[in-house]
Design a protein around this ligand. Structure first.
Ligand code: 5GP
Ligand code: ZN
Length: 140
């Protein structure tokens, strides 16, 4: 389903997918596209998106998982020509920094610039919190 079929005319990534918006495309298969981020955190920062418009990972049909993961790995192999150090990440929801609500995977090459992420001081996981979280997250 493309931009028109999905009625996602306002979605910038759907517009990149159907070529009505410009981007620098670096990978494409039948279901996925990868293009350079317009405001790169580092040189070579790129985004991999399923062509199907879904807001976030939990909305993606399982039938798309394998293809998307293969696309990510293929693009990562190419990124290793720039640097063998890189972050592969997804922001899910506004509070996590998601700005574009079309599922996308960031690949951000690292070249030794500062602390790449998780720069806040971290406390060790507390036993009681681990038990609570385990009860919450393990069960389906
Ligand atoms: P988010 O914060 O939603 O995880 O990431 C969205 C990313 O999309 C940002 O890194 C931002 O720079 C990038 N971006 C936003 N608009 C455009 C655009 O029009 N073209 C491209 N190539 N990237 C975009
Ligand atoms: Zn979209």
């Amino acid at each position: 389903m493309g931009a028109a079929a999905g009625g996602q005319n306002a979605c910038i990534f759907c517009r990149i997918i159907d070529r009505s918006a410009a981007s620098t495309i670096v990978y494409e298969d039948a279901e996925n596209l990868a293009f350079l981020d317009l405001f790169p955190v580092t040189r070579g920062h790129l985004l991999i998106v399923p062509k199907l418009h879904v807001d976030r990972l939990v909305d993606l049909p399982e039938s798309a998982y394998e293809g998307l993961f293969k696309a990510i790995a293929t693009v990562c192999r190419r990124v290793e020509g720039l640097s063998t150090h890189y972050n592969v990440s997804m922001n899910q929801g506004e509070l996590a920094g998601q700005i574009v609500f079309h599922l996308h995977v960031h690949v951000i090459p690292r070249y030794g610039e500062g602390t790449p992420q998780w720069s806040r001081p971290r406390e060790r996981l507390r036993e009681e919190d681990a038990a609570q979280l385990s009860a919450l997250l393990r069960a389906s």
